[in-house]
Design a protein around this ligand. Structure first.
Ligand code: ATP
Ligand code: MN
Length: 434
């Protein structure tokens, strides 16, 4: 039987029409003269109602013999029914079992028996069947779709850059080495160098949504070893241009999700507020001063990285999305451009959600000699970055850009406790399967 509708596409005013739905046996309830099968598909639940007097005995027996989470196809007549999910029920005329489920289940997709995150991740396929988890990944899909749509509308071309690379983006130790024929290679930490080279290539405005790999050892609620980065690079643009595109991208993604994922947000019990633009701009110095008011951060000095606790304190004080700007040059990546009037400060920025950092960006140093000089100062060997540096020698336009973690954006949007909830199959120090 070929599916005619998803659950959500059937409405009470279709009363009397015949439909075919496909899905999983979410619940089976038998009250003697009356039994119910709740069928679940990606979009929601359907109540299949079987009064003994109206439905053929074989159908009722088939349903009673079903194990939970078996896959079924149900053909039947729509009946408006106020108390049922979505205001209708289906009186079946045929039920086909497409696949039987074994019992017991690795976890309970109705959520009646709660499972801890590790159990859920071990049986992610089953976990995904629970409506709240489906909702998270539904929203993720729309969030990414909205961002693609927005960045494309702003004249950015989507690119794909290599994930197998010869050198680190910024040096450092957070690299996964791999064996590449006779040589050693690495999984890319960031498309940074490649998207910058696209500026020399004349692509003008680009974006990439792709994986980044970081061998961070620590087990936190906001770090993954494989994450998804939303990267943008803009030619003939300043850090202020890049920040504007970034805040508008975030606001657009929220509005896009709010408009298109109503039932999912309801399943997650969320009243999504679209952040208002422009976001506040806080200088790094101001951020340090706010953080130091917290006893735990009293020892924080100008020039230190903001600790997780410091981010938290400042986030509490601001209470909405904000930017941190005017960073000390020496704690930012070598490709950030120093300010013209005070080179100890650079044109870098971080986009912050009150809970954590979402994105980092900067106007880049596009002048070859200065870039090489900064690399040397950071103890990086210009020779191993030749492929990158060469692109600055033959006409590199001024440019700016940013990288934002998709999982962190989703985590903060949906108020998820752990970033692992925002990715289908998280990779961390201890988790390599499924
Ligand atoms: P943090 O200091 O929070 O570890 P970072 O400054 O090292 O982040 P960047 O190199 O600035 O990270 O990367 C840009 C963005 O990519 C970050 O703001 C974050 O949203 C995301 N990101 C970076 N590393 C990770 C990771 N390990 N897991 C998930 N997201 C990440
Ligand atoms: Mn950063």
């Amino acid at each position: 039987m070929k599916r005619t509708h998803y659950s959500k596409d059937i409405t009470p005013d279709m009363n009397g029409s015949t439909v075919v739905i496909n899905g999983w046996a979410h619940e089976i309830r038998d009250f003697g003269g009356l039994s119910f099968l709740i069928v679940r598909d990606r979009e929601g639940l359907v109540q299949v109602t079987m009064p003994k007097k109206k439905v053929a005995k074989e159908i009722i027996d088939t349903v009673k013999g079903l194990s939970r989470e078996s896959v079924v196809s149900v053909k039947g007549e729509v009946k408006a029914m106020e108390k049922a999910p979505n205001g209708y029920e289906v009186i079946p005329t045929a039920v086909e079992i497409l696949a039987r489920s074994e019992a017991p289940l690795p976890l309970d997709p109705t959520g009646k028996v709660p499972a801890d995150l590790d159990t859920r991740l071990d049986s992610r396929f089953m976990d995904l069947r629970s409506p709240e988890v489906t909702a998270v990944f539904y929203v993720r899909a729309y969030m990414i779709r909205g961002i693609r749509e927005y960045l494309s509308s702003q004249g950015c071309l989507e690119i794909s850059t290599p994930k197998i690379v010869a050198t680190a983006t910024e040096g450092g130790t957070e690299l996964f080495p791999i064996s590449y024929f006779e040589r050693e290679a690495f999984l890319n930490q960031s498309p940074q160098l490649y998207k910058q080279m696209m500026m020399a290539g004349g692509m003008d405005r680009v974006y990439e949504i792709g994986p980044i790999f970081r061998a961070e050892e620590h087990a936190t609620r906001k770090h993954l070893n494989e994450a998804t980065s939303i990267d943008v690079e803009l030619s003939f643009a300043t850090h202020e241009d890049a920040m504007q595109l970034l805040e508008n991208t975030v606001a657009y993604a929220y509005a896009y999700v709010k408009e298109r994922c109503r039932s999912q947000l309801k399943a997650l019990n969320l009243d999504l507020q679209v952040p208002r633009t422009p976001f506040k701009r806080l200088s790094y110095r101001q951020a340090i001063e706010i953080a130091r008011q917290d006893p735990e951060c009293a020892g924080l000095e100008y020039g230190d990285d903001l600790s997780t606790q410091a981010e938290h304190v400042v986030g509490q004080a601001i209470g909405e999305h904000y930017f941190i700007v005017d960073w000390p040059t020496n704690i930012r990546a070598f490709y950030s451009q120093p300010c013209d009037d005070d080179p100890s400060i650079c044109k870098a920025f971080d986009l912050m959600h009150p809970r954590m950092e979402l994105a980092s960006g900067a106007q880049r140093e596009h002048r070859y000699e200065r870039l090489v000089k900064k690399m040397v100062e950071k103890n990086l060997d210009p020779e191993s970055f030749k492929f990158y540096l060469d692109s600055f020698r033959y006409g590199m336009p001024p440019h700016a850009g940013w990288g934002m973690g998709a999982e962190r954006l989703l985590q903060t949007m949906l108020n998820l406790n752990n970033i692992r909830e925002a990715v289908l199959f998280p990779r961390d120090r201890v988790r390599l399967t499924p």
